[in-house]
Design a protein around this ligand. Structure first.
Ligand code: SAM
Length: 250
């Protein structure tokens, strides 16, 4: 899968994409990353990409010409037959979550992520993208961090990007539960000991304990994830019933 970030500030994304798990995945050829500098499509001798807003108001708005030219160049760079999707990062977009990440990972070979800056982008650019995506109900100074959130979350769903794909299947949001608590050495940390069961060597008991902990955590922290209880897997419903009948143990 290829990710192309279209931005006026390439240096804000290059370091992240070249480091750690994503950098290694790119080196191995499991994914690839590119950055399209929007300034290359700027107008006039100063390569202008922004202008003052029609109707007045503070700040600058990104001009449609350079943004759409950059989008078209990014689309044109795709090899024939690739499934390309152009995302415009915007607070007014579809809220990004695990389901959206999964859909993009499954349905696309190439994601083009367009980053706004300043007061935003001329509204007519929306006619030239496939989807608007928001990473939360807050405003960032630019779309680059939002694009990195999407690239990172989608990349780790691409087979081979994570060292151990099996561990991803147990993570938060893969099902209706948050992940169970994790521990590593030392066994005692500032008076807080690792639960004995994790040292028992009994894998079935450990699995049972982890599921129990995941259910408890989800009830405490994100009960909204459990949704309609009638649709939950039986082992989760059974645990919920046990906890319901002993509320003080939650
Ligand atoms: N004036 C705009 C508004 O009120 O909706 C905000 C513009 S913001 C300062 C500049 C750029 O950052 C946006 O064009 C968008 O690309 C990006 N951005 C800001 N917040 C975002 C969010 N929550 N999700 C995705 N992109 C965001």
């Amino acid at each position: 899968m290829h990710f192309e970030v279209v931005t006026v500030v390439p240096e804000t994304v290059e370091g992240y994409l070249g480091a750690s798990i994503l950098g290694r995945a790119a080196e191995a050829g499991t994914v690839s990353f590119g950055v399209t500098p929007m300034r290359d499509f700027g107008e006039g001798k100063h390569r202008q990409v922004d202008d003052s807003p029609y109707g007045g108001g503070s700040g600058m708005v990104m001009k449609p010409g350079p943004v759409v030219d950059a989008i078209e160049a990014a689309r044109a760079a795709a090899p024939a037959g690739e499934r390309v999707r152009v995302l415009l990062m915007s607070p007014a977009g579809t809220p990004f979550d695990r389901a959206v990440a999964g859909r993009l990972a499954a349905d696309c070979d190439r994601l083009v992520l367009v980053c706004g800056r300043y007061e935003g982008i001329d509204a007519r650019v929306e006619d030239h993208v496939d989807e608007l995506v928001s990473v939360g109900d807050f405003v960032l100074t630019g779309g680059e961090l939002a694009a990195l959130v999407v690239v990172d979350a989608v990349s780790r769903l691409v087979p081979g990007v994570l060292g151990n794909d099996a561990s991803a299947a147990e993570e938060s949001f893969e099902g209706p539960l948050l992940e169970y608590p994790q521990y590593t050495r030392p066994r005692n940390f500032r008076g807080h000991a690792v639960p004995d069961i994790l040292l028992s060597g009994d894998h079935a008991k450990v699995d049972r304990w982890r599921l129990d902990q995941a259910v408890r955590r989800t009830i405490e922290r994100r009960p909204d994830l459990l949704g309609d209880r009638a649709t939950l897997p039986e082992e989760i419903s059974e645990l919920l019933e046990t906890l319901d009948s002993a509320p003080n143990s939650k």
